[in-house]
Design a protein around this ligand. Structure first.
Ligand SMILES: Cc1cc2nc3c(=O)[nH]c(=O)nc-3n(C[C@H](O)[C@H](O)[C@H](O)COP(=O)(O)OP(=O)(O)OC[C@H]3O[C@@H](n4cnc5c(N)ncnc54)[C@H](O)[C@@H]3O)c2cc1C
Length: 483
């Protein structure tokens, strides 16, 4: 009897295994021991990943979810933020997962996940499942005929004849490489240093930055390096990390880079050493972003990061893994669906380039630059939602109509920042010009979002936005900057 085989038991492999088990499909999972306590990458979810987490994954995993109510960007003289909801909102939208999920529910369900206990709990669930034959083994040889994988040899000499193979080996892409699938790098080589800080107090009046994902663009003049850093609050701890061109910091230790990042937050009014006094282990890696020229073959799929990686501020890594997991049971019957998976994932490439423009581009100098940036970001969400709807089974006419409409909305909003802002951006985006870095964090008032505020934003912000555009001395063309 031949079974589907998942190669790699990190998060992508575990998610696919859970999905196959839920569909009653017996399978083999090749992987490593239970994950330990080391800080993980991949804790901020985008809108499609958040919905899938809330609706598809085992409910016990919700214990490790935290609301992500905004994304902020400290960039040059400007602090900007897109706020999805109140900080005290419920985690799981009631309408999620039933029929065509409205855009509103999607952006209101966004999550952070504490990946350390999450990965351990997911591992335990998968390991205990009778339909999963978990083998702590590496795959060391792959045989194929006419694009069909015929045999996998394990490091104990066992030979498996798989019905279907899921490559869940991340950027290593063990199956992808064996099948001769080429990869194109889409960024310079990056050095990433990341850690967590613990011991924060949970308090009602937590500062605004403790309710969402925060991005900081470091620059040479202010911080001594050009880099992009993240800060993800997870209740009593925060996950932080920094990514920068690997060639520029060859002589600097991981510890020094971590200090540099914490100093950069401090410079902008976020005192992590004071608020989270207990440091964790500091980890690092070198990698680049990239995409392979195909994602599937006659009986195999490159799932998640084995197919492509997108600039981290997109928070899309888990989304690519969850999409593969949702599709996994149907792929066994219809391997050609792999093409649809690849096409859906490729839509992220535009977003990748958009983020690269911000990361490598000039610092923001006027509040309109922040508004424009988030307007382009928001414009891309409907098409991503549409793509994820189209991966779902069946031809529900309501879903098809919603999908078409969302594609149209994205296409239109990408052409004009003003139109996007007028339709819904002004209600949710705030952007403040504050050249004194130390005062930037204070620039935002109370963390609230209700209908009145949205309406006030719609009415009050557009004159200020146009005034800022005029002051900035440029008329930004969305055709060149939108994703
Ligand atoms: C700086 C940075 C920040 C990020 N932030 C986010 C974020 O905020 N949100 C988000 O969603 N994503 C984020 N990501 C992406 C996310 O981290 C990845 O998508 C995710 O970690 C990929 O997981 P994976 O299971 O596919 O691969 P990996 O975690 O790379 O796991 C691969 C597994 O395959 C196993 N393996 C390898 N070779 C073999 C073999 N021959 N046989 C058997 N097993 C094998 C390995 O042991 C390992 O367990 C970020 C990425 C980076 C670089």
């Amino acid at each position: 009897m031949s079974y589907p085989v998942i190669v790699g038991s990190s998060v992508t492999g575990l998610l696919i295994s859970q999905s196959l088990s839920r569909a009653g499909i017996r399978h083999i999972l090749l992987g490593s021991p239970r994950p330990g306590e080391d800080p993980r990458l991949g804790e901020s979810m985008n809108e499609t990943a958040s919905l899938a987490c809330s609706t598809v994954l085992h409910p016990s995993l919700r214990a490790f979810y935290f609301p992500k109510s905004h994304i902020s960007l400290f960039n040059g003289e400007v602090l900007s933020r897109v706020q999805f909801d109140r900080a005290d909102r419920d985690l799981v939208p009631t309408s999620a997962g039933q029929g065509p999920t409205p855009y509103r529910a999607a952006v209101k369900s966004t999550l952070h996940i504490d990946r350390v206990p999450f990965d351990q709990a997911l591992y335990d669930l998968v390991h205990a499942d009778a339909l999963c034959d978990f083998r702590e083994r590496l795959c060391v040889d792959i045989r194929s005929e006419h694009d069909r994988i015929t045999a996998l040899t394990l490091d104990d000499g066992t030979v498996l004849e798989p019905r279907y193979v899921f490559d869940a080996t991340g950027a290593r892409a063990v199956i992808g490489r064996a099948m001769g699938v080429t990869r194109k790098a889409t960024s310079s080589r990056q050095r990433v240093v990341w850690t967590r800080m613990h011991g924060g107090e949970s308090c009602e009046a937590a500062p605004w930055w403790r309710h969402g994902t925060n991005l900081v663009k470091l620059d040479l003049e202010t911080d001594g390096v050009d880099a992009i850093a993240w800060l993800i609050p997870l209740g009593e701890r925060v996950s932080i990390g920094i990514s920068l061109n690997a060639d520029t910091v060859k002589d600097e230790s991981d510890e020094a880079l971590s200090d540099r990042m914490i100093d950069a937050f401090h410079r902008r009014g976020i005192d992590l050493r004071g608020a989270f006094p207990t440091p964790d282990r500091i980890l690092s890696l070198e990698h680049d972003y990239g995409i392979r020229d195909r994602a599937h073959g006659a009986n195999w799929l490159l799932a998640g990061a084995s197919f492509m990686q997108v600039w981290f501020p997109s928070s899309s890594g888990m989304a690519t893994s969850l999409a593969a997991a949702e599709l996994a049971p149907r792929l066994l019957k219809q391997p050609a669906l792999g093409e649809q998976y690849a096409n859906t994932m490729r839509t992220y490439q535009r977003f990748h380039r958009y983020l690269a423009q911000m990361i490598d581009g000039p610092a923001h100098r006027a509040s309109a630059h922040g508004m424009d940036f988030w307007s382009g970001w928001l414009a891309d969400i409907p098409v991503r939602m549409a793509e994820s709807f189209d991966l779902k089974p069946g031809l529900d006419p309501r879903r098809l109509a919603a999908s078409k409409l969302m594609r149209l909305v994205s296409a239109t909003c990408r052409r004009s920042a003003s139109l996007q802002l007028f339709l819904w951006g002004f209600g949710f985006i705030r952007s403040v010009h504050q050249p004194t870095h130390a005062k930037q964090t204070e620039a935002f008032g109370p963390y609230r979002l209700h209908h009145l505020q949205v309406t006030a934003g719609m009415l009050g912000l557009w004159p200020r936005y146009y005034a800022s555009r005029i002051r900035a001395g440029r008329a930004p063309s969305r055709n060149t900057t939108a994703p």
